[in-house]
Design a protein around this ligand. Structure first.
Ligand SMILES: Cc1cc2nc3c(=O)[nH]c(=O)nc-3n(C[C@H](O)[C@H](O)[C@H](O)COP(=O)(O)OP(=O)(O)OC[C@H]3O[C@@H](n4cnc5c(N)ncnc54)[C@H](O)[C@@H]3O)c2cc1C
Length: 429
């Protein structure tokens, strides 16, 4: 480990979810008389963390309303284990109650349908309106169905669950796998990057293979990747497919999806031959959740939201901050739950500072660790550290920081389960 990396890890603390924001002078992590109204849209990894930390760091001074339609938080991290069958959906589901009870976050179970930045009003599906001084958007991703025209309607989407938002779709995909006869084919189509969770599709292929190896040994897993190569932890995944899942998993790069034949259960590609599968898992291309468009903060490729990395405020619309998967990422920054949690803390500290008339921390540091389950217990990880660069005005990977597992192991499996417990507590308890 380099000296630089050791110093950073010391600054970040044992749990790894801290950002260096609270350790630096000049940042408002103790309230400092902050007041005002913050509305947060989206109670996922980014939004729920921001809501909690603004309440904590303002000593309850800032009024925080969280808008989220789902009654419970269902985690995408670990949801591939539900698809593999070693976990149940209840194991990745956490209550929102503590955000209200422990932290005084006002939770509104509703869908935001519009934002008017001129009057600073959020409109809700129920017809109600919420006024804000600062608005935080963490709506995650929406799917670009125009790129998969035959799946544009709800019936077709129900027949081909993407399971790229954990919940009912995760269970539906699991049920398709259990209903499939031994000797069948499961195929996953991966969009061209950037997409939510770079290693997620490869982890999913491993989990389905883990299930087939035990329950349906004549069955196959086909990975139809829109990218030219595995986008994360490539050597580790390829080793697992060649050894642990030899004869079960086949990887095919450069498969850019153009559409699906819904009746024939066939995926069609730009160049490559079509592929028929018994269970066809299409992960469509993605962009920032739709509410970002209404707020006028979509600025990059008509898909993502550019932000000022000191505050996560939109570069285009004042007083509107964007977190998580919806942003235009900086170099080397994955679209991950861990990273959304880190965005949220930098943003929460900055919002509390700004609402109390102070300057935000000028050099925030963010970390990321992504664990991937190869079997039900054996895991690999990749981690990185990112710091704001004042000259370049962006966040850059810290040279010499980060790393990747040398091999899968059960001890990393224990770390991964503890990572999940810790981040759920950090976000929601
Ligand atoms: C299979 C899979 C495995 C993954 N594994 C990992 C992992 O191991 N580690 C990791 O770090 N990351 C992992 N990820 C990625 C992680 O789930 C995302 O990066 C993370 O959820 C992003 O957080 P977010 O806040 O941007 O979005 P989300 O967590 O998706 O939250 C968005 C929330 O906004 C709500 N919402 C959307 N629109 C509105 C609206 N208009 N009004 C009100 N609410 C709205 C949604 O209901 C949702 O609750 C995985 C993802 C997948 C799909």
């Amino acid at each position: 480990m380099s000296i630089q990396r050791r110093d950073f890890l010391k600054a970040l603390g044992a749990a790894g979810f801290g950002t260096a924001v609270s350790a630096l002078p000049g940042c408002a992590t103790t309230g400092g008389g902050a007041g005002g109204k913050v509305v947060v849209i989206g109670g996922g990894y980014g939004g729920a963390t921001a809501a909690k930390y603004i309440r904590m760091w303002s000593n309850g001074g800032v009024d925080v309303t969280l808008v989220e339609p789902n009654p419970e938080f269902v985690s995408c991290p670990l949801s591939n284990l539900v698809i593999g069958g070693s976990k149940q959906i209840a194991d990745v589901t956490v209550s929102y109650d503590n955000l209200a009870k422990q932290h005084g976050v006002r939770i509104v179970r509703d869908m935001a349908t519009g934002v008017d930045p001129a009057t600073r009003i959020v409109r809700l599906a129920s017809g109600k309106e919420l006024a804000y001084d600062r608005l935080i958007l963490s709506p995650g991703v929406d799917f670009m169905w125009d790129n998969v025209p035959s799946l544009k309607n709800a019936d077709a989407q129900a027949r081909f669950p993407h399971a790229w938002k954990a919940g009912a779709q995760t269970v539906a995909l699991r049920n398709q796998l259990t209903a499939m006869a031994d000797g069948g084919v499961y195929a996953i189509s991966i969009p061209v990057a950037p997409y939510r969770c770079p290693p997620g599709p490869y982890e999913r292929a491993c989990q389905v293979a883990w299930y087939f190896k035990r329950a349906k040994p004549k069955s196959k897993v086909l990975i139809l990747d829109g990218n030219g190569d595995v986008t994360s932890k490539g050597p580790l995944f390829k080793k697992a497919w060649a050894e642990e899942y030899k004869g079960i998993v086949e990887y095919r790069p450069n498969h850019v999806l153009t559409d699906v034949d819904v009746v024939a259960r066939t995926a069609k590609f730009e160049v490559q031959d079509s592929v028929k599968a018994d269970v066809l898992n299409i992960v469509p291309p993605q962009r920032a959740g739709a509410i970002a468009r209404s707020a006028g903060v979509v600025t990059a490729n008509d898909r993502w939201c550019d932000v000022d990395f000191l505050t996560f405020e939109s570069v285009k619309v004042k007083d509107v901050h964007v977190l998580g998967d919806a942003i235009q990422i900086a170099t080397g920054m994955p679209k991950s739950g861990h990273m959304a949690n880190q965005h949220a803390k930098v943003c929460a500290a900055a919002v509390v500072a700004l609402l109390s008339g102070q300057a935000p921390n000028p050099t925030p540091v963010l970390t990321n660790t992504c664990y991937s389950f190869i079997t039900d217990k054996e895991v690999v990880h990749v981690c990185s550290v990112h710091q704001y660069d004042r000259e370049k005005k962006t966040v850059l990977p810290v040279p010499g920081s980060g790393g990747v597992s040398s091999a899968m192991s059960e001890i990393e499996g224990r770390y991964a389960f503890n990572w999940a417990k810790n981040i759920w507590a950090d976000t929601l308890a």
